[in-house]
Design a protein around this ligand. Sequence first.
Ligand SMILES: Nc1nc2c(ncn2[C@@H]2O[C@H](COP(=O)(O)OP(=O)(O)OP(=O)(O)O)[C@@H](O)[C@H]2O)c(=O)[nH]1
Length: 225
Amino acid sequence: MSKKKGLSKRECATARSTKAHTVSLEPSGKATNGGAGNGGHDRLDRSALNNSNEFYDVACKVMLVGDSGVGKTCLLVRFKDGAFLSGSFISTVGIDFRNKVVAVDDAKVKLQIWDTAGQERFRSVTHAYYRDAHALLLLYDITNRPSFENIRAWLTEIHEYAQQNVVIMLLGNKGDMTAERAVKKDEGERLAKEYGIPFMETSAKTGLNVELAFTAIANATSTPH
Ligand SMILES: Nc1nc2c(ncn2[C@@H]2O[C@H](COP(=O)(O)OP(=O)(O)OP(=O)(O)O)[C@@H](O)[C@H]2O)c(=O)[nH]1
């Protein structure tokens, strides 16, 4: 199996050159004609305007992948809204996304973050989205050993469907649940090292490293190399 380079820098779609600003996508996943509807922002010199009226220079597609229940939706909600979805677990059906603009140096990077369903029955839906992804956050749950053991299978799938130069980061989520830990931190580190990708433990509950993970992705995908 060929190994990916971790966080190799990759240029995303600039706001001027892609449909990212002429066709914008509502959080519901519906496509709208943002260029015309927003008063022709595609004519702006440098930045484009997303649906929440924030300017951005570069747009990047990020996908959250990993087994069902590892915390993909919660990680996204923590990053986007600063909240934690506790209580009963509702599995994602198909795919959904949220946008968030982050600052990288003096540029504004719009992350379009796709939350995929971890359940096997939705796998073919996920496959269709890999091709357009600039970055992938691959999650396991540190309290769920099988979710860690499945990471190799996820990486095989990623290598099959995603672009050659996609940025990948491995995240051991639920880092707050140390009493129930089933995967040692150094096991995560070793696996990531084997594949040449960066690794960190996160917690959607406490916010541990959540901002850091997304900012690192924005940084890696938006800076030309
Ligand atoms: N303690 C703790 N619980 C978490 C964390 N992240 C998620 N959870 C819980 O884990 C369960 C599953 O979280 P989800 O975010 O829905 O998982 P998912 O990966 O999106 O699952 P699918 O949509 O089925 O793929 C929920 O009950 C969450 O409250 C975390 O960092 N810490």
